[in-house]
Design a protein around this ligand. Structure first.
Ligand SMILES: [Zn+2]
Ligand SMILES: [Zn+2]
Length: 269
């Protein structure tokens, strides 16, 4: 099983998760053209994408969804509430491209579980994408959490013990506080339905990581209120200071690039 980010941040988000040559895309917040280019950089063909799962209707998550789905006849998976607000924004789609889902479903041979996040959209979800248990292979899971103002109970429930994480480290509280954003925007980002602060995320990760954790990718960093260096240093410091740090040891933590793909991360069996 493998995964990567294809773009990350308020200019557009897309995450790819797959096993063998079957893949699902989580969001497509960049143009269809950019998505295809970034896919080619990690040597994945468009024909290998079997579905697009949408976390919420903000433009940085759906910008290229309609184009991509139309061009390659890829089905789109979303909850009923999300479809209602999202479909007018996607343009014309064939009826059979709509996949209305509830909290769990399968796509590209992977099990997908949606859980709610705390965000100012109609509905908003994080995911746990798992490879079903097979005779000769252990099951593996990638936990995904972006666009949430708080660490929710559902996150604790579903992310604990995942083998890898793509999680939001959106802002540094001091950079937001003293930065140039207008007061209302600072309140939105820092509020209960905004985004996760670096330390907030690290406190969550501390609970979710176990001896099985292989990789952590920090995602959806703010361009104005964070830097890759600050996000990484803050998260690593908190993880190292944790009294559980011995349990998860030297897990590789990296930052998702904003416009280009992260290298493809292959999970160890
Ligand atoms: Zn959002
Ligand atoms: Zn977003």
């Amino acid at each position: 099983m493998h995964f990567t980010t294809l773009a990350s941040g308020s200019s557009g988000n897309a995450i790819l998760v797959g096993d063998d040559n079957r893949h699902l895309l989580v969001d497509c917040g960049i143009s269809g053209k950019s998505l295809l280019y970034n896919l080619s950089l990690v040597n994945i063909a468009d024909s290998e994408i079997e579905g697009i799962v949408v976390t919420h209707e903000h433009v940085d998550h759906i910008r290229g969804v309609g184009v991509l789905a139309r061009k390659f006849k890829i089905p789109i998976y979303a909850t009923k509430g999300l479809w209602e607000v999202m479909s007018p924004l996607l343009g014309k789609l064939d009826e059979n491209q709509h996949r209305v889902v509830q909290e769990s479903f399968s796509c590209a041979g992977l099990d997908v579980l949606l859980y709610p996040t705390s965000h100012d959209s109609r509905e908003s979800y994080g995911l746990k994408v798992s490879r079903p248990k097979r005779k000769d292979k252990q099951n593996l899971a990638v936990g995904i959490a972006t666009d949430s103002g708080t660490i929710t109970e559902a996150m604790h429930r579903h992310l604990k013990g995942c083998d890898a994480f793509v999680v939001e480290a959106n802002y540094d509280d001091q950079m937001l506080k003293f930065g140039s954003y207008p007061a209302y925007l600072k309140r939105r980002i820092g509020g209960q339905y905004g985004h996760l602060e670096n330390k907030q995320l690290a406190e969550g990760l501390k609970e979710w990581m176990t001896e099985n954790t292989q990789r952590v990718v920090l995602a959806h960093l703010s361009k104005e209120n964070n830097t890759p260096e600050i996000a990484l240093a803050t998260v690593l410091r908190i993880l190292r200071d944790s009294d559980r740090s011995r349990e998860y040891g030297d897990v590789q933590v990296q930052v998702a690039p904003r416009h280009s793909p992260h290298e493809l991360i292959v999970l160890k069996e």
